[in-house]
Design a protein around this ligand. Structure first.
Ligand SMILES: Nc1ncnc2c1ncn2[C@@H]1O[C@H](COP(=O)(O)OP(=O)(O)OP(=O)(O)O)[C@@H](O)[C@H]1O
Length: 422
């Protein structure tokens, strides 16, 4: 419970995923004159997150579903880890490929536990193994097993259902996870948290993950590589986000990223790229006097109250603390919190949503590791903007936090995921 170290170390990258290769894949739906996806060649490296983005109807979902053969290609081959699976038993194929859709796609009359156990049961796992796996997966996706294992999906928020959807897709430990607009149905703040969870899970497990999204900012945040498609599943560019922003391959790409480019540049900088400022933490029930003394010694004017997992509960000033003899058990549901994998744009959104001049930074499991002030974030963003567009004078919401600017403002919804363990 003393001052936290601000040192941050990058976890080693593990890869348990499989490579995916689409070789001359084509899909012509019956009754259509043009193919939905004309001949497509694509290689996805094991352990990468690849995002598919492009205008509506360009063939993103069709391409995704050809990977697990929910849609059978009219022509071409699909190879997983070099093995041609085009004619394998599709049910068997799908046991090795997790699939997540918008809103989680959970069976509504089944408890969370039963939903997660769906594939393990088919695979004949015994009860003990299933129970252990369920608990591990709920913890992995940030849900408390004791609270949620027996709930029905209707008694959970959209974000929580989506977390269960991810846990279910990972149940049999598949090397590949396919996700179709997974975060399309949740509010923007929950969406950021789900994106950060996915990145943390990916760092921990090293799966190969393919995500369809219509949101270019999301595509650049999540993707090691981004596939930009135009009509007919035509590849306009397939590259790392930095490469796409620096060198758009075609006029289509330039147009597509156009207005989103400035924002997308901001999404390239992560909270983990900025050393967090140290914070003093305290636990419920400690005497306020001791905590205040500790915070003053560290030069802090506020402390972060955390639970026994290090998750933040509240962020009181020393004056607020001094009003009570002990640290209270108050939980602030609107704390501005971002993960190390969040973008600086997420951090700024979070501060604005909570009307706070700073944000708490957590690790992949939600434990506080420091804080970031609005001044630091704005300084970095300003630097980036002038690097990205040196010839332009920038006026954007960073300089107009009170809505005095008529241009694009970030959409902020303060609603949190209810009942989530702090
Ligand atoms: N079952 C189907 N039968 C006939 N045509 C289809 C079928 N499914 C999709 N299409 C057509 O194929 C094209 C590609 O559709 P697809 O759903 O793959 O696009 P998308 O990029 O995922 O679109 P969106 O972003 O709107 O979800 C579209 O023109 C669509 O109308």
């Amino acid at each position: 419970m003393t001052e936290l170290s601000t040192a941050s170390s990058q976890p080693e990258r593990t890869v348990t995923g499989a490579s995916i290769q689409l070789d001359g894949v084509m899909k012509q739906y019956r009754g259509q004159d043009k193919p939905a996806v004309a001949e497509l060649d694509l290689e996805i490296e094991a352990g990468d997150i690849v995002t598919f983005v492009g205008p509506s109807g360009c063939g993103k979902t069709t391409t995704l579903k050809m990977i697990n053969r929910l849609i059978e290609p009219s022509e071409g081959r699909i190879l997983i880890d070099g093995r041609d699976v085009t004619h394998e038993n599709p049910d068997k194929l799908r046991q090795g490929i997790g699939y997540v859709i918008q809103s989680g796609g959970l069976f509504p009359h089944w408890s969370v536990e039963k939903n997660i156990a769906a594939i393990p049961r088919v695979l004949g796992w015994d009860k003990k193994r299933i129970a252990e796996r369920t608990e591990y997966l709920l913890d992995l996706v940030g849900l408390d097993a004791a609270t949620f294992a027996h709930r029905l999906p209707k008694d959970m928020s959209g974000g929580q259902q989506q977390r269960v959807g991810v846990a279910r897709a990972l149940a049999a430990d598949p090397p590949i996870l396919l996700m179709d607009e997974p975060f399309g149905a949740v509010d923007p703040i929950t969406r950021v948290r789900l994106q950060d969870s996915l990145i943390a899970i990916q760092h921990e497990l090293g799966k190969t993950i393919v995500v369809v999204t219509h949101d270019f900012e999301e595509a650049t945040k999540l993707g090691d590589k981004v596939l930009i498609l135009s009509e007919g599943g035509h590849i306009e560019q397939y590259a790392a986000p930095e490469e796409i922003l620096a060198n758009p391959a075609t006029p289509f790409v330039e147009d597509f990223i156009g207005s989103g480019a400035t924002l997308a540049h901001l999404t390239l900088s992560r909270v983990r790229d900025v050393p967090p400022e140290g914070v003093t933490t305290a636990q419920v029930g400690e005497t306020s006097e001791t905590v205040i003394r500790r915070a003053r010694a560290a030069g802090h004017t506020w402390v972060v109250v955390v639970d026994n997992l290090g998750h933040p509960r509240a962020w009181p000033s020393l004056d607020e603390l001094a009003a009570k003899p002990q640290v209270s058990d108050y939980i602030d549901r609107r704390l501005p919190v971002v993960a190390r994998s969040s973008t600086l744009n997420d951090a700024l959104d979070s501060m604005l949503a909570a009307s706070q001049g700073g944000v708490l930074v957590t690790d992949g499991r939600g434990a506080v590791i420091g804080s970031l002030s609005i001044g630091t974030v704005m300084e970095i963003i300003r630097g980036q903007l002038s690097e990205a567009r040196p010839e332009e004078e920038h006026t954007n919401y960073v300089e107009h936090p009170e809505g005095t600017h008529s241009g694009e403002m970030p959409v902020i919804v303060a609603a949190d995921e209810p009942d989530e363990p702090a």
